[in-house]
Design a binder for this molecule. Structure first.
Ligand code: NAP
Length: 309
């Protein structure tokens, strides 16, 4: 780190949106830094197989795609720093980013911090995480080989997780609070046809049963109030995501769910600050839509740096 150096753009978060912003910025000749907490890829890096990102006809695993995106941005001169951002002043000129590895300054900032798995908020949920409670089937599914697992949720994540787990576990029980899935139709038939997937409709998990690790869950029927106990070795919680926007609270305008309010220009309420990828308000959160945001943010940043907006 060069003391007092002012970057043209700092990208916070090294997921697909972040590294696409870095690629476009570096290719445009902007002095660009990516601040990433752990390793490139964000949530994408935890995805076992990505089949809907064009250009990889046989699919690609998220970790490899993340590495490729990072290397591509770095080929044009983007730098990466592994640092936890602790505080940002996005109204200052230059903008100030205090991190675990020191303070960085930038003329523009792309916030690409993504969204993390939502929790159910049950007693002992955090304590049992890693001891039967999990949020990522692609990461932790293999631990449940030939075991019985519950998947909670009815969206695309829950459907994809149930499919993946059905190939590993002995039995998968999908628990959903409605009587139909929210997941896209493409998942319905394979889920219904899988011999080892059962469904518990109109049901919520009200309690995690455990000794030193999870032993089962208590279910409640949302219509009748009837309770039931399901014995299981693991529960995968796939009930959506919450945006990682704690750092920008009070500076950037957020919607009721906590997403940064920005349209496809990615501009936020602060000049020179852009919201890229899953962290912004948008209709569809996918790798393809995140990478599009990265390109748009740099287009807007170039105009801002040129004094055009
Ligand atoms: P989502 O679409 O928001 O679905 C969340 C699901 O969890 C819903 O079925 C919801 O129930 C349920 N839920 C929420 N809070 C709950 C609670 N407290 N207790 C019980 N159930 C609860 O989230 P997602 O499935 O994670 O998907 C997020 C985004 O990523 C979506 O845009 C999705 O399309 C995308 N995605 C795409 C793919 C793919 O295309 N292959 C794969 C994964 C994710 P209700 O239905 O009652 O609201």
């Amino acid at each position: 780190m060069r003391e007092g150096h002012i970057y043209d753009m700092i990208v916070v978060g090294g997921g697909p949106g972040g590294y696409t912003a870095a690629l476009y910025a570096a290719r445009a000749g902007l002095d660009t830094l990516v601040l990433e907490k752990l390793s490139a890829g964000g949530q994408m890096a935890l995805t076992e197989e990505i089949d809907n990102y064009p250009g990889f006809e046989d699919g690609i695993d998220g970790f490899t795609l993340a590495e490729k995106m990072q290397q591509q941005a770095e080929r044009f001169g983007a730098k990466s720093e592994y640092a936890q951002v602790e505080r940002m002043d996005l109204t200052a000129a230059p903008k100030v980013l205090e991190t675990s590895e020191g303070t960085f300054y930038a003329k523009t900032v792309a916030v690409a911090t993504g969204a993390n798995p939502r929790e159910l908020g049950l007693a002992n949920e955090a304590a049992l995480t890693g001891r039967g409670v999990a949020y990522c089937a692609a990461c932790d599914g293999i631990r449940y080989k030939d075991k019985t697992v519950v998947v909670v949720g009815g969206g695309n994540s829950a459907a994809a997780d149930a499919m993946l787990l059905s190939r590993i576990a002995k039995k998968v029980i999908l628990v959903h609070r409605r009587d139909t899935l929210r997941a896209t139709k493409i998942y319905h038939e394979p889920l219904m046809q899988a011999e080892n997937i059962e469904f518990r409709w109109n049901s919520t998990v009200t309690e995690l049963l455990h000794t030193d690790k999870l032993t089962g869950v208590r279910l409640k029927d949302v219509n009748t109030g009837m309770e039931a106990i399901l014995s299981c070795d693991g529960v995968f919680i796939s009930v959506g995501r919450k945006p990682a926007t704690e750092l920008v609270q009070g500076q950037l305008e957020l919607d009721r769910s906590g997403y940064i309010i920005a349209d496809e220009t990615t501009r936020t309420n602060l000049p020179g600050v852009y919201a890229v990828g899953d962290v912004r308000t948008k209709m569809l959160r996918q790798v393809v839509t995140a990478v599009a945001d990265g390109a748009a943010a740099v287009h807007m940043a170039e105009e801002y740096l040129a004094g055009a907006v």
